[in-house]
Design a protein around this ligand. Structure first.
Ligand SMILES: [Ca+2]
Ligand SMILES: [Ca+2]
Ligand SMILES: [Ca+2]
Length: 516
C-alpha cells in the first residue's frame, strides 16, 4: 500500500459571476480578462464503447525521474505518455454465490444512476509544506506526481465529462470518495468547491502569479472557467482532507504552511517546467491549514451543503445520510479519516452507536436501500496507531464493522476509495450469515485517472444489481488537461507509480444483490 504523502497549493477562487481579482491573476496575460469557457464536449463515450489503452509497457523505475522537467520532456517526447483508443470492455456479471446470474425479468427498472469521484488529491504544488523529495517508486509514490500541477484541469475535465454523459444518461448525483484536497489547505478546498460547483475563474496558482507558458489558457497556472457539475454532489472526507500529507495533524504545523522556505521539496513555477526545489518560496496566506470543522463548514456553506449537516460541521466529522432525490437509495456517509493522525482508517465505537447503527436501523425501517460510503474500505480500519497516529481505545476494527454491515439485507454495498485501485470484494462477514459487496474506485489523481458510473437496478428476478462502468475523462479542446493525462500515464510507464486498473471484473461489472 502506497502512503500518499503530499502537500498542495492554492490561489484565488471566485464564485460564478465574480471578477478575477486578488493574488494569482490569470497567468500573466494582462491581469483582468476573465477566462473563456471551453467549447462544449461533443462526445463522452463510456468504456463499454471505447476505452483508453496505454501503448507502452511499464518499466522498472530508473531510466527517468519524473520530478526533473528535462526528464519529463524526454519521456513525453519518447512515447511514455502515449495511448490509443480501443474497443470497449463488456460488463461482467458476478453473483454472491458464484452461480449463473438469472436474466432480468420483464419489468427490470433502473432505480438510480450516480458517479463515484474518488481521490482527486487536488494539490497546491507550490506549497512549502510539500515533501516531494520523499517520493520514490515504491513506498511513497504519492509524494510527487508529474501531473499534480494539472489536477485542477484534470478535475475540471472530469466534471465536463460527467455533464456530457448526463445529457445521454441522466445522473442523479455525484458522490466524492474523499482525499478531495491533498493537504487540508484552505486554497485546495476552495479550488475543489469552485471546480465542482462552478466558477467564472479558478486559478490554481499560489504564491506568485506564474505564467510558465506566456499567454492565457495554455498552462496549468493560467486561470480557467469551471462549468461545475449539473447535478447534486455529496462530500466525503478522506485523510488528506484533514491531515498534513494525509498523515499528520496539520494545525500545530501551521507555520510550515505559511513559511517562505521549503526544506522538503516543492515546485517552482517561475522556472521552465516547474522544477522541484529546496529553498525560498513566496508565502501565501491562502495555504492556511484547515481543521476538520473548518473543512466541513466551508463545504456546508457552498451551494446546497453537499450533505454536510450542522451537526457534522460542528463535530468536524463527516457523518450524514443523503437520500438520492427521487430514488429509494440512501447514502450513509461515514468519516474514516483519523483526526488523531495516520493515513489509515479510524471509526470510534461511539460513532457507530450514535450514528451508523441508528441510521442503518432507520433506513431499514423506512424501506430504503443503503449504500454505506467512506474514504477507507473495511480492510483499512485500524486502531489509529499506525504511522503518524495515536491508538484509540474504542476504535472499531474490520471484522466488527463488517459484521454490522452484513446484518442489514437492505445494504447494497460499501463504496470506498483511498487505495487508488479499482477493486471489488465480496465481504464474507465472520460472525454473520450475510455477505455484501465492497467496491473501491481508483483515483482521479493517478493512472488510470478514472471515475465509476454506477447504476442501481431492480432486476425483477429476485435480485437488485449494482452496475459499474468506469469512465475516462475527456480532453477535447483542453490541451492542459491532456498534458496532465500524458504526464500521469508517464508516471505509470516510467515505474514511479503502480498499476491500479484492477481486473476486468472489477471495472465494468454488474454485481447481483439478493432483493430483501
Ligand atoms: Ca498564473
Ligand atoms: Ca505560483
Ligand atoms: Ca500561460
Amino acid at each position: 500500500m502506497r502512503a500518499r504523502f503530499l502537500f498542495a497549493l492554492s490561489s484565488l477562487v471566485l464564485a460564478c459571476g465574480d471578477d478575477v481579482s486578488g493574488s494569482g491573476g490569470d497567468g500573466g496575460a494582462g491581469g483582468t480578462a476573465a477566462p473563456e469557457p471551453l467549447p462544449p464536449l461533443t462526445r463522452a463515450p463510456l468504456t463499454t464503447d471505447e476505452r483508453l489503452v496505454v501503448t507502452r509497457a511499464p518499466e522498472m523505475a530508473g531510466t527517468y525521474d519524473p520530478r526533473l522537467p528535462e526528464d519529463m520532456d524526454a519521456m513525453l517526447a519518447s512515447g511514455y505518455g502515449d495511448y490509443t483508443l480501443a474497443a470497449g470492455e463488456a460488463v461482467v456479471t458476478r453473483t454472491q454465490d458464484g452461480t449463473a446470474a438469472p436474466p432480468p425479468g420483464p419489468n427490470a427498472t433502473r432505480l438510480a444512476r450516480f458517479v463515484h469521484f474518488a481521490d482527486i488529491q487536488l494539490a497546491d504544488d507550490e506549497s512549502p509544506a510539500r515533501i516531494v523529495n520523499a517520493d520514490s517508486p515504491d513506498a511513497t509514490s504519492g509524494a510527487f506526481r508529474p501531473q499534480e500541477g494539472h489536477e485542477c484541469r484534470i478535475m475540471n475535465a472530469a466534471v465536463r465529462t460527467i455533464n456530457k454523459v448526463h445529457e445521454t444518461f441522466p445522473i442523479d448525483a455525484v458522490v466524492l470518495g474523499g482525499d478531495n484536497a491533498d493537504n487540508a489547505q484552505t486554497n485546495e478546498v476552495d479550488w475543489v468547491l469552485a471546480i465542482l460547483s462552478g466558477a467564472a475563474s479558478v486559478s490554481c496558482d499560489s504564491g506568485d502569479d506564474d505564467d510558465p507558458k506566456p499567454g492565457p489558457a495554455n498552462d496549468p497556472k493560467d486561470a480557467f472557467y469551471a462549468d461545475g457539475l449539473k447535478m447534486p454532489w455529496v462530500w466525503v472526507t478522506g485523510n488528506h482532507d484533514v491531515l498534513q500529507q494525509g498523515n499528520f495533524m496539520p494545525l500545530p504545523k501551521e507555520a510550515d504552511y505559511l513559511a517562505s522556505y521549503c526544506g522538503t521539496g516543492t515546485r517552482d513555477w517561475s522556472e521552465p517546467g516547474g522544477p522541484t526545489i529546496i529553498g525560498d518560496v513566496v508565502p501565501d496566506p491562502q495555504r492556511k491549514p484547515l481543521s476538520g470543522q473548518e473543512v466541513l463548514e466551508k463545504v456546508r456553506a457552498d451551494g446546497d451543503g453537499h450533505g454536510v449537516t450542522a451537526e457534522a460541521a460542528a463535530a468536524g466529522r463527516a457523518f450524514y445520510a443523503y437520500d438520492v432525490p427521487g430514488t429509494p437509495i440512501r447514502f450513509l456517509v461515514v468519516d474514516t479519516a483519523a483526526p488523531t493522525g495516520s493515513a489509515e482508517g479510524l471509526i470510534h465505537q461511539s460513532e457507530i452507536d450514535t450514528f451508523l447503527q441508528p441510521a442503518l436501523d432507520a433506513a431499514e425501517a423506512e424501506g430504503k436501500y443503503v449504500i454505506v460510503t467512506s474514504h477507507h474500505a473495511s480492510s483499512k480500519l485500524t486502531d489509529g496507531g499506525e504511522f503518524g497516529g495515536t491508538a484509540q481505545p474504542d476504535a472499531v476494527l474490520p471484522d466488527p464493522f463488517r459484521d454490522l454491515l452484513a446484518g442489514y439485507p437492505n445494504l447494497l454495498m460499501h463504496l470506498a476509495g483511498h487505495t487508488h485501485v479499482h477493486r471489488v470484494t465480496l465481504v464474507d462477514a465472520p460472525s454473520s450469515t450475510g455477505q455484501y459487496w465492497e467496491v473501491e474506485t481508483s483515483a482521479l489523481a493517478d493512472y488510470p485517472n478514472q471515475l465509476r458510473l454506477i447504476e442501481i437496478w431492480d432486476l425483477d428476478n429476485g435480485f437488485l444489481s449494482i452496475r459499474s462502468v468506469v469512465l475516462d475523462y475527456q480532453t477535447e479542446n483542453d490541451p492542459v488537461a491532456e498534458d496532465g493525462r500524458r504526464r500521469a500515464i508517464s508516471d505509470f510507464t516510467s515505474g514511479w507509480t503502480g498499476d491500479a486498473a484492477g481486473a476486468a471484473d472489477e471495472r465494468n461489472v454488474e454485481l447481483y444483490v439478493p432483493k430483501p
